[in-house]
Write a protein that binds this ligand. Structure first.
Ligand code: FA5
Length: 347
């Protein structure tokens, strides 16, 4: 009997593959296998012999099953390892056909200007794109019945609060008000961001574009200070001489107010669709802060004054890279965007 068990064990241990082992399992442990043979003549045995045979069969069963299971598990683990090796995937390898992205040219220039103004002691503020009527208009000296509201038609929300209805901000100037509410005096701040207007789109006008607001409040701020900062900004961005002109401009929140225009860098002056054939592009309206605006935000205009400007950031990017149509900037067209990669990686 022991021989039978030994040779069954030998057969199990010498199975070379999972398939061989399965055949052996049926032969040895199956219904007609060794164990079944050992039980075959049980009926002819005495009671004591039956007990001894039962014990023997149980021990044999355990030995054979243990040998079988350990070999079965070994084959399974080897199969799994082989499969993992063959299907091994390096998740860090870039997928074929996916090109690394880059910062949008507006973001690149915005960051450059932020760095410049930080170096001049300005804080960089962020404001909400969904604004209150108070911050976007009233606090800037543009009450509900003022014609200046027509210059910036926008998208109104049904909801509102104690500070009036909500709207998509038409300019970054509301962040001036938020700056006056939150920063101690004297203050220097800039606020880049996205603004929205309900207007027809053409080569130089978008419904959604970027501005960069700037404001300085101190004692005895002059137009000379304002012009100094505007010139510093333009020469840092263009890194060359650009022709500008300053002319009076009307904005209810500055007095006096100016329009700073840049000689069109697309056509160089003779006229094109970007400059509406005028040779000049409106870029940087600015002025000294209207005393009413200061007092509306709780600042004493007899003690403090300041300047503010509202750079057309999207237009500045157009001028810097000679982009002849503003619509390229929001097109998401990779043929356009790819051109700005090398510039970014060079920095
Ligand atoms: C304003 O938005 C004022 N808040 C600017 C200001 C701030 C004046 C502080 C004084 C003191 P304006 O509507 O002109 O002004 O817009 C400012 C600049 O944004 C323009 O010079 C122009 O460069 C840009 N801009 C205006 N409308 C568009 C448009 N639809 N698409 C692209 N750029 C525009």
């Amino acid at each position: 009997m022991q021989d039978l068990v030994d040779s069954a064990l030998e057969r199990i241990n010498s199975a070379g593959t999972a398939a061989d082992l399965e055949v052996v399992r049926v032969d040895v442990l199956g219904r007609k296998g060794v164990l079944a043979q050992l039980s075959k003549d049980m009926g002819k045995l005495t009671a004591d012999e039956k007990v001894a045979r039962g014990k023997f069969i149980n021990a044999a069963k355990q030995t054979l099953e243990t040998a079988y299971e350990s070999l079965r598990d070994r084959f399974a683990s080897e199969a799994l390892t082989a499969r993992l090796d063959s299907e091994w995937l390096d998740l860090t390898v870039p997928a074929p056909g996916v090109k690394p992205g880059a910062l949008h040219p507006i973001t690149q220039i915005q960051w450059e200007i932020e760095d410049l103004f930080r170096s001049l002691g300005f804080s960089v503020l962020d404001g909400p794109e969904v604004e209150t009527e108070h911050h976007n208009f009233d606090a800037l000296n543009i009450p509900a019945d003022h014609p200046a509201r027509d210059m910036q038609d926008t998208f109104w929300l049904d909801a509102g609060g104690p500070l009036g209805r909500f709207l998509l901000r038409t300019h970054t100037s509301p962040v001036q008000v938020r700056g006056m509410e939150s920063l101690p005096l004297p203050l220097r701040m800039i606020a880049p961001g996205r603004v929205f207007r309900n207007e027809s789109v053409d080569a130089s006008h978008e419904h959604t574009f970027y501005q960069l607001e700037g404001m300085m409040i101190d004692k005895n701020v002059s137009v000379g200070n304002l012009i100094y900062f505007m010139k510093t900004l333009l020469s840092a961005i263009f890194k060359r001489e650009v022709t500008v002109r300053l002319r009076p401009g009307y904005f209810p929140f500055v007095e006096p107010g100016f329009e700073l225009d840049i000689r069109c860098l697309i056509c160089g002056g003779p006229g094109c669709p970007v400059c509406k054939q005028s040779g000049w592009v409106e870029l940087l309206p600015c002025g000294l802060i209207n005393p009413h605006v200061l007092s509306k935000s709780g600042i004493d205009p007899t003690q403090w004054n300041g300047f503010a400007f509202g750079l057309g950031l999207t237009r500045l990017v157009m001028m810097r890279y000679a982009i002849d149509d503003i619509r390229w900037l929001q097109s998401g067209d990779l043929r356009f965007l790819d051109q700005f990669k090398s510039e970014q990686f060079a920095q």
